[in-house]
Design a protein around this ligand. Structure first.
Ligand SMILES: [Zn+2]
Length: 413
């Protein structure tokens, strides 16, 4: 013990599929948008499963759900684990749900084996990780960790003008607990990688060492609308040509960083977007990410003057708005070590990896030692209804989660 203690892979898979029924889409994905009736149905099923496992459930003012299993020492700071049950509008079955349902399987296994941990263990379902409805990702964990203000977050509205607070009230999930950190020992989150690296290298487990630094911009280029047939080259102020050059710049700057570089223009709006008009205005997004703060700072520093030079040369006016810049968030070496030790002891092919996406664990890590475990996903595909993992991959990830949480919860007080 815990040498031979195994989670139940079939029970884990059955519960994952049970959760995937809620908001199931015809193409095999899920649509479980935060704080909707569908989210409520998912929350209710989760609460029912927690109750059946003897867990004590509490809900905070952001609708974050905490399911507690008592330890030998109830006053000791608990070990947390969890993820999110909300999804993208056409999301997959596993993004978020894997971490929550695997946490439930950890609890069920502790029950089956009649294990009383030294510290309590608490399973969390964070509200609105995806940011798809209210435009703010990691919302529940962000408020909880003190990154976002509660009242300001309550006032944010969706496209229909419904505020976060109204949406919470409608499904009865504006809970009585304060949305603020309570003393806790550590946090572990199992998640699908949402990228191709583990699959490409035939690794079963990703030992996540941290999340990368990011900087996001909104960009607007203004030139002049003019007739496509009558405007000679010298008279054109084509905003789309300027945007294309800046997109090429972003890609070039990214590629110069090697394997760890990330630079993306994923949103582009062409105005007036007509085939016989030289485009007078283009709005687009720009983001860079890198595991190393110094490198990201350099990308950030170099991008602006280069982009403005392109705009000037094309006779365009560039407006660049910096939306935010995050520092890299390293995870706790001890927690990462527990994940690594579990993966090695279990004989799973594993590698260290930096998270390319944002996760609840990134904000939680600002408040306590934290770490993440990744499982591979087919073709690296996520935020897509075709997102898929194999049952044995889910089982391996859950087994590592179990061992890391158990080791941490039993660490001498
Ligand atoms: Zn997720």
């Amino acid at each position: 013990m815990p040498g031979n203690a195994r989670i139940d892979g079939k029970r884990l898979w059955d519960s994952l599929m049970g959760m995937a029924e809620i908001g199931a889409t015809p193409k095999g994905g899920v649509r479980r948008i935060t704080l909707t009736e569908v989210d409520l149905a998912g929350r209710n099923r989760f609460a029912q499963w927690c109750g059946a496992a003897g867990l004590k459930l509490s809900v905070d003012a952001m609708g974050n759900m905490f399911a507690r299993r008592e330890g030998r020492n109830p006053a000791a700071p608990p070990v947390l684990m969890g993820s999110h049950l909300d999804s993208q509008p056409s999301g997959g079955k596993f993004d978020g749900a894997l971490g929550v349902i695997a946490g439930l399987e950890v609890m069920r296994t502790l029950n089956d084996l009649d294990i009383t941990t030294e510290r309590p263990v608490v399973l969390v379902n964070w509200t609105d990780e995806e940011g798809t409805r209210f435009g703010r990702s990691l919302m529940g964990s962000g408020v909880w960790a003190g990154v976002y203000d509660l009242e300001a977050t309550y006032a944010v509205t969706d496209i229909d003008g419904i505020s976060v607070k109204q949406a919470l009230d409608r499904i009865g999930f504006a809970g009585p607990e304060k949305a603020a950190p309570f003393p806790a020992d550590a946090y572990f989150e199992l998640h699908i990688e949402q990228g191709p690296i583990l699959e490409r290298e035939a690794k079963t487990i990703g030992i996540v060492t941290g999340a990368q630094a990011q900087v996001w911009f909104d960009a607007k280029l203004e030139g002049q609308d003019s007739h496509a047939g009558t405007t000679p080259p010298g008279a054109r102020r084509d905003a789309l040509v300027g945007a294309a050059r800046i997109i090429t710049l972003v890609d070039k700057m990214m590629r110069e960083q090697g394997e760890d570089g990330r630079g993306t223009v994923g949103f582009l709006e062409v105005i007036p977007n007509s085939r016989n008009v030289v485009p007078g205005e283009v709005r687009f997004s720009v983001e860079f990410r890198h595991p190393d703060d110094t490198t990201l700072d350099r990308l950030d520093h170099d991008f602006e003057p280069a982009a403005f030079a392109i705009a000037r040369e094309a006779g365009l006016k560039l407006t660049l708005t910096r939306l935010f810049k995050f520092k890299a968030q390293p995870f706790d070496p001890d927690c990462v070590g527990l994940v690594e030790a579990a993966a090695h002891r279990l004989g799973y092919p594993a590698r260290r990896i930096v998270s390319g996406a944002g996760h609840d664990a990134v904000y939680v890590a600002r408040r306590m030692p934290a770490a993440m475990i990744f499982t591979p996903c087919r073709d690296g595909l996520s935020h897509n209804e075709a997102e898929h993992i194999e049952p044995d991959q889910a089982e391996a990830g859950c087994q590592v989660l179990f061992e890391a949480v158990l080791a941490r919860a039993n660490r001498p007080l």
